[in-house]
Write a protein that binds this ligand. Structure first.
Ligand SMILES: Nc1ncnc2c1ncn2[C@@H]1O[C@H](COP(=O)(O)OP(=O)(O)O)[C@@H](O)[C@H]1O
Ligand SMILES: [Mg+2]
Length: 360
């Protein structure tokens, strides 16, 4: 657990970067600090591992005032990941990851074995260990950065905009990977970002900060969306917060069975038909026909997104993006399980709205 108690940082030039910050980061959770550039996120983070000391106030890590611990000892228990990974360019990937265990007095062999395990943990093939950082993509370098921060198995992980420099697709992959990893390792993570979508996705709790180092709201993602504490938070989470809220609501909608057809079948139907392959994976839709037609590849109309079987947002996306207004859901193998009807989804949406679960 990390506690900020009335923490203020005033730099020598008079800038107040953090102003009376009071906040508790629960053990084993991801807490995200989010806010516009210059609002004091990095300063707050760096006060935890004493790269910056507060002007006043106290920071406790597991009940211990960080100022009472000498910085090298403190940092051994706190992993730190930054943008661009901060890797040593002239050391191999394996040696980069082994750095901290070596500094902690492990023998070289044990440190390297541990480093190789960690590469696997973050989803990198073992042979990458022999490469140099410049031979890796940005996303791969970030994974190495995470592996290195985990090398000493610290209970606390500080991550400062670790994924901000990689492109959006890679970033989403890294976010998913972090959530998967955290489910395994259960660290106490403080994650800094300026991206509200990233914050809402990753945070068990999110601290929205505003310029001048003020905490605007500290709450669970769903609560930031449904009950923003003030206009700053409402604007920051965005005008489409009603829609975003649906990510946190489960869809109470029936999944209906559907008769699927295959390419080569002859179909007589005045309703939309779902076309699947031999393993029942969805290929697309056939629009209602007059008379009878043979299903051919060129008649297929692409389906929209798939329903994940859980959230109202996914159900709505699937139903609305499908040409048939039927959202397809599949099993773990990708085979069609059934469909949700747009009408049912809209009813569920209206019910959630009536229950006050969706902001207008
Ligand atoms: N060493 C420093 N000296 C003076 N001002 C600083 C220093 N470091 C940061 N600041 C200022 O403190 C404020 C918060 O900075 P920072 O914590 O880096 O914000 P963020 O990470 O949210 O972008 C900014 O106004 C920044 O210019
Ligand atoms: Mg910063």
């Amino acid at each position: 657990m990390i506690e900020f108690r009335a923490v203020t940082k005033r730099f020598e030039d008079g800038t107040i970067a953090v102003d009376e910050l009071d906040l508790t980061v629960e053990a084993g959770t991801i807490t995200v600090f989010v806010g516009p550039s210059g609002c004091g996120k990095t300063t707050s983070l760096r006060m935890v591992n004493r790269m910056i000391d507060p002007t006043s106030g106290t920071i406790l890590v597991d009940g211990k005032d960080v100022l009472s611990v000498d910085p090298p000892t403190l940092r051994r228990g706190i992993g730190y990941v930054i943008q661009q990974a901060g890797l040593f360019p002239h050391r191999t990937v394996l040696d980069n990851v082994a750095t901290v265990p070596l500094l902690s007095g492990w023998d070289r062999r044990r440190a390297r074995t541990r480093a190789a395990e960690l590469l696997e943990t973050v989803g990198l093939p073992a042979e990458f260990g022999k490469r140099y950082p410049a031979q890796l993509s940005g996303g791969q370098q970030q994974r190495v950065g995470v592996a290195r921060a985990l090398a000493a198995d610290p209970p606390v992980l500080l991550m400062d905009e670790p994924f901000s420099a990689v492109d959006p697709i890679v970033r989403e992959g890294l976010q998913d990977e972090l959530l998967r990893l955290q489910a395994e390792i259960g660290k106490t993570i403080v994650f800094v970002t300026h991206d509200i979508d990233e914050a809402l996705k990753l945070g068990d709790k999110v601290a929205v900060m505003r310029t001048g180092g003020h905490l605007a709201q500290y709450a669970k993602p769903a609560e930031l969306l449904s009950a923003p504490a003030n206009d700053f938070v409402a604007n920051f989470v965005g005008k489409d917060r009603g829609y975003r809220t649906l990510t946190f609501l489960s869809a109470d909608v029936p999944v209906h069975e559907i008769d699927a057809v295959k390419v080569g079948d002859t179909v007589t139907s005045n309703s939309w038909k779902l076309v699947v392959d031999d393993t029942r994976r969805p290929l697309g839709w056939l629009s209602p026909v007059d008379g009878s037609v043979e299903v051919t590849a060129d008649r297929l109309i692409a389906g929209g997104s798939l329903y994940d079987g859980g959230t109202l947002r996914s159900a709505l996306d699937a139903a609305l993006s499908s040409p048939s207004a039927l959202g397809v859901t599949v099993d773990a193998e990708g085979a069609v399980v059934g469909v949700v009807h747009a009408d049912d989804v809209l009813k569920a949406l209206a019910a959630a709205r009536a229950a006050g679960e969706v902001p207008s």
